[in-house]
Write a protein that binds this ligand. Structure first.
Ligand code: ATP
Ligand code: LTN
Length: 334
């Protein structure tokens, strides 16, 4: 059996990734790269669907790539590259946009949320077609599986629909991908507001754990995390969201279950528990942070690695795109 192909990506929308990106995505990617022929991109073309400062975008793109590598995505094993380095993404997105219904795109909940948040005048057509570009990312590589969080599942469903529609109309050009919510992956919530998801673009950073923050800052944020007055370390997402969230984080970085954590802290207070979470998170983040900063100290080498990987991605993407151009009936340049 040939190795299945996997594709995923993250937007370079902040200087540092946050704990949710690390636990919910990078840790899973790191494991999955052993089993799959994996492609991981830094999706800069997606990031510009909302305004970005050009110099900052370049820097965030490098920083995101460095954090992938520091977290254990190996650029010699997986194809780790920057989306805009492979021109086929934008080109296939155009073709796919011509078979996407206006209403179909308008039903995407991320678009509805974001356009509501920014207002109509600040909502770009790029934000509207964001999922079509995402479909192009996935379909160019004949992807079998796409590990994503819940919030992106709808986009992968759209990708499946577009692949099936194209294949029915023009012949079998695309593998129809499956979304997978990776096993053991967990949703991480804001430490100050444990009912909303931890996010790079949160209004306040007080409850966001940044991978590249100084460990003393991370330690303080954990010690100040919102809990409750019940005093027992017990997993109850509804009644005790703050404690449940800390348990999820602790469980992910120490590879333990909620039941094991409850046993470990039975009869002990939140102070003890938070110190343990702090120590475990700091131990997990510290080497990743150090490695990322080292990589960022040598941007020329990082750019070289990204270029090698972009060439690998280009070769696969070009083959798909050229087949698609033929199927659609675009005249070849003589
Ligand atoms: P933004 O605020 O810019 O939308 P984000 O921090 O919410 O960014 P994304 O770039 O949208 O993150 O997501 C990248 C990956 O990280 C996705 O696979 C997503 O599922 C995962 N992820 C993001 N936030 C969390 C979280 N709080 N818990 C678990 N996984 C998360
Ligand atoms: N939209 C995704 C990022 C993303 C992606 C992809 C994920 C862009 N292209 C292809 C998986 C496959 C997000 O915001 N997390």
């Amino acid at each position: 059996m040939t190795t299945q192909r996997l594709y995923s990506g993250m937007q370079p929308s902040a200087d540092s990734l946050q704990a949710g990106n690390y636990i919910g995505a990078l840790m899973q990617w790191r494991n999955m790269q052993e089993e799959y022929d994996a492609f991981f991109s830094v999706v800069d073309l997606h990031a510009i669907t909302v305004p970005q400062d050009p110099a900052e975008l370049r820097e965030k793109t490098r920083r995101t790539a460095a954090q992938y590598i520091a977290a254990g995505i190996e650029p010699s094993k997986s194809t780790l590259y920057v989306q805009s380095h492979v021109r086929a993404h934008a080109e296939l997105a155009w073709i796919l946009s011509t078979i996407t219904g206006f209403g179909e795109a308008g039903r995407m909940t991320q678009f509805k949320d974001k356009s509501q948040r920014y207002g109509e005048s600040a909502t770009s057509v790029g934000l509207f077609t964001y999922p079509v570009l995402m479909a192009a990312d996935i379909l160019l590589y004949q992807t079998n599986v796409v590990p994503v969080g819940d919030d992106q599942k709808q986009h992968v469903e759209l990708t499946r629909d577009l692949a099936e529609r194209f294949n029915a109309r023009f012949g079998e050009a695309f593998v129809v991908p499956e979304p997978v919510i990776p096993q053991g992956s967990a949703r991480i919530y804001d430490l100050q507001n444990p009912t909303s998801k931890m996010s790079k673009s949160a209004d306040s950073h007080a409850g966001v754990l940044w991978l590249l923050d100084d460990v003393s800052v991370t330690a303080k944020k954990i010690m100040r995390a919102v809990t409750d007055s019940d005093g027992t370390v017990r997993y109850d997402r509804d009644a005790k969201p703050g404690v449940a969230n800390l348990m999820t984080i602790y469980g992910a970085v120490t590879d333990t279950t909620a039941a094991e954590i409850e046993d470990e802290f039975a009869g002990r207070g939140y102070g003890d528990f938070k110190k343990a979470v702090r120590d475990a998170v700091v131990a997990e983040f510290e080497p990743v942070r150090t490695r990322a900063l080292e990589l960022l100290d040598d941007p020329a080498e990082l750019d070289r690695v990204l270029a090698v990987n972009a060439a690998k991605a280009d070769a696969v993407a070009d083959a798909t795109l050229s087949d698609v151009y033929d199927r659609v009936g675009l005249l070849r340049r003589g």
